[in-house]
Design a protein around this ligand. Sequence first.
Ligand code: KG4
Ligand code: ZN
Length: 414
Amino acid sequence: MPDTFILGIESSCDETAAAVVRSGEQVVSNVVASQIATHQPYGGVVPELASREHLRAIVPVVRQALAEAGKNYESIDALAVTQGPGLAGALLVGISYAKALAFALEKPLIAVNHLEGHIHAVLLEERQKGNRELQFPVLALVVSGGHTHLYLAELLSLESGSFESGGESWSYENIGHTRDDAAGEAFDKVAKLLGLGYPGGPVIDRLSKHGDPRAVKFGTAQIKHPDRKTSASIQNIRVDPGVHARDGEQVRGGRAWTPATTRFDFSYSGIKTAVLRYVETHGLAASIEARRKALGAIIKPKLEDYLAHCDKQTLDLVASFQRTMVEDLVSKTLAAAREYDVATLFVTGGVAANNELRQTFEQESALEGLPVFFPSRPLSTDNAAMIAAAAYPKFLAKDFAAMDFSAEAGLALR
Ligand code: KG4
Ligand code: ZN
């Protein structure tokens, strides 16, 4: 099989990205233009501004990705672009540009689900390291600013038990998702609430090391009601997974269920409200306002700047918030891994860059003998290499997009 070079384009949120990936297994170039500076004053992504920034950045970013790969438009084999989920206006910029290029160059175009991209970021890097012996099924936690999803990923038409790229196709079953805020969204909202700026994840990650994670007790969300977002025919009752056997049917509370009906859902809007209550009851508003002003006056605040404007109480609050988030993500994911008896765990998406999350997953899954894989930090957050990598099996299967496909803001992964 000759090498295949796919140009990936990603514009689903606040990063304009382009990358060239060889045969789904080697990042040849990876360019990401971040819009953080544009959205920072608003404490979150402003969709209209995101679309405008993508329009500004897309041509130079694609040119740079080709130049760094030593490629030109003619010498790539195919284009891949994120179809969704994401901000409709932002997605449309990447899709329109990719369509125009594909049409002019007479090259195939592949539409990729952003969440599948996050999962393939792990596969791409494992192949790049020479690891071709992953065991299936895989449980993937995709945890980012827009998503907290658990997928069972299966490799179909598997040849000889290895995941050597080629001739494969993937299927995904969603076994859990957030009922309200995504985990990254909670990091961003709590950081905004505490006057720490945007995005919240990286700064909370760094500050947490300086606080006591046991100082403030937050209860974790107990989800007991059915999920109204999913099919009424599915019994989405959140139950304590610790009491279930791994396989077969059990009866609980008089109702029969099978593992396929158990969901592992998350909920993070409650913890954000709990932080707000803490701020109110401990009279922190004035010091938060002072911090917001002081940090807002610094162009790129460093860790020392944040520390200079955070007292011990705030550092303890931040560390306790992060600890609660990490414990909830890890315990629910590992409970799902046990219930579905998976062989391998992937943790991917922007929040997978979090140091405490990585360490805790590594420690806890080692205790269960479950191998866990993360992307490198640059491939944890949004990038286009993951889009080009996810497109490769589709390229081999000639699963090309029709020229009239459009952005799908709520695209599901199956
Ligand atoms: O995957 P991503 O770049 O974009 C989405 O698809 O949403 O994820 C961005 C999210 C933001 O909410 C950001 O605060 C969070 O990932 N994030 C982190 C860290 N780095 C980025 N959260 C916790 N710890 C981090 N180190
Ligand atoms: Zn993402």
